[in-house]
Design a protein around this ligand. Structure first.
Ligand code: C2E
Ligand code: MG
Ligand code: MG
Ligand code: MG
Length: 294
């Protein structure tokens, strides 16, 4: 302890450290219990065509309802799950549940043939050489074709990934699933990985979308991202679209698909189906008429 610092000060520091560590351990224990006690569920957020607002797919987002504490946000427990080695188990559960749900929606005719689900995968999951085989098996089991599945990963997967991860990505792409870079733009300035890895699209991080139409720099960044992505043959989805002004600005720079509270937050499957049933079935094949990229 530094000279002159009172014991009280150090105690406060130790106490808060102690509290943090204990909180973490408690959450980890609770999370293991959540898995066995059915406290997790999957919520679905529409991914829409900006022009029409009609969903082309949805992102599957894990939700944890703790019996005493209530809802615990993913940002509070996904990092813990990653450190505690629980992320594979959680990720596997989410993926299976989402594919099962999509299979049901497809067979009921709630969604069209082209409607896809986008599922988040952690770096740890992508380092499992068995993953492509497991995913293929699940798609067969639930009657979901590969073009209806997208896997979202962060840039770090490709920047830090091992040769095993690289092989897994190529095999997944060979199967035919889409591979999307999540939170695009937040991680790295070296973009070479976009050419070296078989990604099919990027999701522009919400932090760039927020200032659209107000902050000229954000407009320029998004314009550049779109130009580069289209040059590389990648699809673009804008994340966190909250206002009509943002949607307009995205449309102007040529972004075709978006996701955000403007169209709806992530909701339980029943509500998702209820809310979108009419729009999704009124369109042939579940996809709105294709509008060429400007
Ligand atoms: P993400 O994959 O980038 O997901 C988008 C997040 O933005 C979601 O937060 C979503 O609810 C939120 N969001 C969507 N539209 C808007 C909007 O218009 N405004 C604002 N402010 N936020 C919006 P959520 O569900 O809390 O998830 C946070 C993160 O947790 C996700 O970010 C993802 O990194 C992670 N996550 C969620 N589910 C899973 C999962 O099953 N597996 C893994 N590995 N990670 C997950
Ligand atoms: Mg995501
Ligand atoms: Mg994202
Ligand atoms: Mg994000």
């Amino acid at each position: 302890r530094a000279k002159g610092e009172g014991p009280g000060r150090s105690t406060i520091f130790d106490t808060s450290m102690h509290t943090q560590v204990r909180e973490r351990i408690e959450l980890e224990v609770a999370l293991r219990q959540a898995l066995t006690e059915d406290q997790l569920h999957v919520a679905y957020q529409p991914i829409v065509r900006l022009e029409t607002g009609i969903p082309v797919g949805a992102e599957a987002l894990v939700r944890w309802m703790h019996p005493e504490r209530g809802p615990i946000p993913p940002m509070a427990f996904i990092p813990i799950a990653e450190d505690a080695g629980l992320i594979t188990e959680i990720g596997t559960w989410v993926r299976k549940e989402a594919l099962r749900q999509l299979g049901v929606w497809r067979s009921e005719g709630t969604v069209g043939d082209e409607f896809y689900l986008s599922i988040n995968v952690s770096p740890r999951q992508l380092s499992d050489p068995e993953l492509p085989l497991i995913v293929s098996g699940e798609m067969v089991r639930y009657g979901v074709p590969p073009h209806c599945v997208a896997l979202e990963m962060t840039e770090s997967v490709m920047v830090d990934g091992s040769s095993v991860t690289s092989r897994v990505l190529f095999e997944l792409r060979e199967i035919g699933v889409k591979l999307l870079v999540d939170d695009f733009g937040t991680g790295f300035s070296a973009l070479g990985y976009l050419r070296r890895f078989p990604v099919t699209g990027v999701k522009i991080d919400r932090s760039f979308v927020t200032g659209l139409g107000v902050n000229i720099e954000d407009d320029e960044i998004v314009r550049a991202v779109v130009a580069m992505s289209h040059a590389l043959g990648l699809s673009v989805i804008a994340e966190g679209v909250e206002t009509p002004l943002q949607r307009e600005a995205l449309h102007v720079v040529g972004v075709v698909n978006g996701q955000g509270w403007l169209w709806g937050a992530a909701v339980k499957p029943e509500e998702f189906a209820e809310r979108w049933r009419e729009t999704m079935t009124r369109v042939p094949n579940g996809i709105p008429e294709i509008v060429a990229n400007p």
